[in-house]
Ligand binder design. Sequence first.
Ligand code: ADP
Ligand code: MG
Length: 412
Amino acid sequence: MSSAPSAASTAPSTVELSAAPDRATAAERAEQLFVESFGYAPDGVWSAPGRVNIIGEHVDYQDGLCLPMAISHRCFAAAARTPTDRLRVRSAQSGTTLDIDARELTPETVSGWPAYVAGVLWALGPRISGASTRGMDIMIDGQVPLGAGLSSSAALECAAAEAIEALLTLGTGPLDRVRAAITAETDFAGASTGGLDQSASVLAREGHALLLDCRDFSTRAVPWDLASQGLALLITDTRAEHSHVDGEYTARRADSERAARTLGLATLRDADPDRLESLLARIDDEVVRRRAHHVITEIGRVEEVDALLAAGSVRSQVAEIGALLNASHDSLREDYEVTVPQLDVAVDAARAAGAHGARMTGGGFGGSTIALVEAEQAQRVAEAIAAAFAEHGFDAPEFFLALPSEGAGQDR
Ligand code: ADP
Ligand code: MG
């Protein structure tokens, strides 16, 4: 479906909603790419999904609750063990390759994207018997857009972790692989991650969201079966330039830590939401007070969504859940101040076009938004967002349709 171009409108004439390719077909393609690149057949194909956070933003570092779901877009790793110690890594999405002695991996020896893969092997190193060779060939083929806030990096690490476990039979459990992926990203690739992405990518279940308690990293699957209820999650990659992200992130963290200290709490998770007003009144600094307001109320909103989904289906609770998504965004915009104009315009346009609820997802300062919509209206909502972007002179956004998908696993 496309709207006819008109002289009055600067909106793009076609808006494409990219659904992920069929998983089995994509796995076959990864296997084919391996054969073409390495000249022999792989031992298998493994994959892991990207994610969106449905609600629970900027609360992980205050021991809060998050509710991510895995998206349909996955990263595939076709891989084979070799009787050597060479680690060879290639990607259909990058010309940069790696060919290194796997016994000599250190964070200094690998740069660029292959660090996310080599880092997993490095993190799992202590589990590998000294007598065993570590050599393997890995071909990566990812569908998660890179750098859109949908966690292509976790999908890459977690797909690699599945492949490495299967090839070397290390006896790791899913949580060990989550940890190895986090270690790869933080200690080997040198990027910062809270662990939400890797938990979702490994532990998510099809048709469910994953309630993640950042206090102890315990998780619980929560029914979130959008497809059977005629609902869809429209993801908009705003393609807004990420700027000052690291500095602002550090500043928000520091503000929230200051709030907790002022209240005499280890973290804001321990704040009693029923005493919100009296707690906030004890924080003199107006900015810090607003930061605390966001974190405490956001954790409460995750609890409310969880309670709504325990009491009924997404369909029966869609109005209330939508309102909580909206409240989350408004709090991130006004109290936490991590949105940018593109995020706000995408959210406002989605709401005006009839979305049940819409919010930014991820750390903010760019990245993506989600809108909970009637499946049949996804196209229309996307067109409204595209038109609003054109009106504001923003770069055209990209759209993805996602269903709550299964976490990491073997495909072939
Ligand atoms: P996000 O995780 O939100 O997509 P990041 O900056 O954390 O953004 O991770 C993106 C990086 O992950 C890319 O710049 C690249 O280094 C790496 N990456 C992810 N998927 C692939 C892939 N399929 N091939 C090569 N590199 C990838
Ligand atoms: Mg990432």
